[in-house]
Design a protein around this ligand. Structure first.
Ligand code: PLP
Length: 374
């Protein structure tokens, strides 16, 4: 059996979510139809709206707009809020979805840098905001290095400029309450919390008006035309109801992550931990190993049935340095060596025990092989 340790890329679909979806995949039901089947579908969609809203402390379900995931939620929030002649402030380590949407919006992008550990301060955001700044974007947690950002402090520092939080890696890991965060918008992704891929949501504070980015139907109050994926949204609803149970697992998950980190540091010379050890996402271990390319470790672990991730992308046959690690100030070679192990609520102590043996062995083998080459 493979050991799946890439939960930041996508989570294990919850069995209860899959079971709840099956009947909706097996019947015709458009949530806009007025007949009984349509009305049942509408009721199922609205139940999910309530569940998603409740999981983040929303005042009203109507503040939730369903999308295909966090990328689309970020796009709707950004393109719907800013335009040419305005500026938007983002961090240097935002998900590519944020930069992409900013480019589409035509607004000028002001980028707040991060330090060597990936951190930034609310003061940096306050300094970056200009008269023409119409939106500030900050991720709750960085997907590659697990750093948590001071979202509530940033909201306070840039007020009254609206703040969009990318909550894709936060939801289900750390409790979220939009009232405490104080943000104007929050983007969520279903497939990071046990729901199927292809569903997500944008929470919007009352009074913040968005320009629709996908016109052509009355769905989602005209903000996102197109027939809803009823089955997908039913899966999202079940996952949203299980958010507190997911978060409850995180202290156990953090212990397993810490054990793995300690073993790695003790058994492998030249390990450098990325992010802020002990302060980041409870499930994420990000690191590099001096002189060992990340993609080689990834491939060797893959052969052993252990699935992890590197931040580097393979394009035209060559490995590109991770933009996130580059933003931390790492040289291109180091930025190609990044590795990420991300645990989930399903991860067992036995799996981590196995990886604690396999990982040092694999790295030892890679190092021995590269020494033989010389
Ligand atoms: N934002 C962050 C921080 C992410 O990690 C991801 C997913 O990788 C996204 C946005 C995009 O989410 P989705 O896959 O739901 O579009």
């Amino acid at each position: 059996m493979a050991i799946y340790l890439d939960h930041n890329a996508t989570s294990v679909p919850l069995d209860e979510a899959v079971q709840a979806m099956i009947p909706w995949l097996n019947q015709p039901a458009n949530a806009s139809s007025v007949h009984q089947a349509g009305r049942r579908a509408r009721a199922a969609v609205e139940r999910t709206r309530r569940a998603v809203g409740q999981s983040i402390g929303a005042e009203r379900p109507s503040q939730i707009t369903f999308t295909s995931g966090a990328t689309e939620a970020l796009h709707l929030a950004i393109v719907g809020s800013v335009g040419p002649g305005q500026s938007v402030v983002i961090s240097a380590v935002e998900h590519p979805a944020v930069r992409g949407a900013c480019e589409v919006s035509g607004a000028e992008v002001i980028t707040v840098p991060v330090d060597r550990q990936g951190r930034l301060t609310a003061g940096q955001y306050a300094d970056a905001v200009r008269e023409d700044t119409a939106l500030v974007v900050i991720m709750g947690a960085q997907n590659e290095i697990g750093v948590l950002y001071p979202v509530a402090e940033i909201v306070e520092a840039v007020a009254p400029v609206p703040v969009l939080c990318d909550g894709a890696q936060l939801w289900g890991r750390v409790p979220i309450d939009v009232k405490t965060l104080g943000v104007t918008m929050l983007a969520l992704s279903g497939h990071k919390v046990g729901a199927p891929q292809g569903v997500g949501a944008l929470w919007t504070r009352r009074g913040h008006l968005l320009e629709p980015h996908q016109r052509g139907g009355p769905q989602e109050r005209g903000l996102r035309g197109g027939t809803e994926s009823v089955a997908g949204l039913v899966g999202l609803g079940v996952a949203a109801e299980r958010i507190p149970a997911r978060i409850e697992q995180m202290s156990r998950v953090a212990e397993l992550r810490d054990q793995l980190q300690q073993r790695l540091l003790a058994a492998v010379p030249g390990v450098i931990i990325h992010g802020v050890p002990g302060e980041g996402l409870p499930n994420t271990l990000a690191f590099r190993i001096d002189g060992v390319p990340g993609d080689v470790v990834l491939a060797a672990l893959d052969l052993e049935g252990v699935y992890i991730s590197s931040g580097s992308a393979c394009s035209s046959g060559s490995v590109e340095p991770s933009p996130v690690l580059t933003a931390l100030g790492l040289d291109p070679e180091s930025a190609r060596s990044g590795l990420r192990i991300s645990l989930g609520p399903e991860t067992t102590a036995e799996e981590i025990e196995q990886v604690m043996h396999i990982l040092p062995e694999v790295i030892h083998r890679i190092r021995a092989a590269s020494e033989d080459e010389f």
